[in-house]
Design a protein around this ligand. Structure first.
Ligand code: 5GP
Ligand code: ZN
Length: 116
């Protein structure tokens, strides 16, 4: 656990979250400010700053995040119509929380991938 990391604090149970899925290495919970009818974040329980960091440190865990994202989509009933899995990484992406998280978005047509 990293001090003052919001998502480490959610893993530790210090900050409440609506958990929808869990695996040995990951936790998935609803985004507090959803950008789509389904907006779930899949995080590693261990602290890694972004997707590149977890892929380098523990490729199996990176795969576990992707598998969990697919399970979340299935559980949320959006597998058939489709959904988007997105990792922000670094300043240009607008990453706000420096603890790896996959955004699982769906529940309506999501439109173009980028606004600009
Ligand atoms: P980022 O911009 O880093 O890719 O995404 C961070 C996400 O975390 C944002 O979509 C934001 O709404 C979400 N978020 C920020 N604080 C909290 C919180 O305390 N709880 C939950 N469940 N989500 C949060
Ligand atoms: Zn963390």
């Amino acid at each position: 656990m990293v001090d003052n990391c919001l998502f480490c604090r959610i893993v530790a149970g210090e900050i409440p979250a609506t958990v929808v899925h869990e695996t040995p290495g990951t936790l998935a919970f609803r985004d507090i400010a959803p950008k789509a009818p389904v907006h779930v974040l899949v995080i590693t329980k261990e602290h890694h700053v972004d997707v590149a960091a977890v892929a380098a440190a523990d490729p199996a865990l990176a795969g576990e995040v992707l598998g969990a994202a697919a399970e979340v989509a299935r559980g949320e009933g959006i597998e058939e119509r489709g959904y988007r899995v997105m990792f922000n990484s670094g300043p240009d992406s607008g990453q706000e929380v420096a603890h790896v998280h996959a955004h699982v978005l769906g529940g309506k047509p999501l439109g173009p991938m980028l606004c600009a």
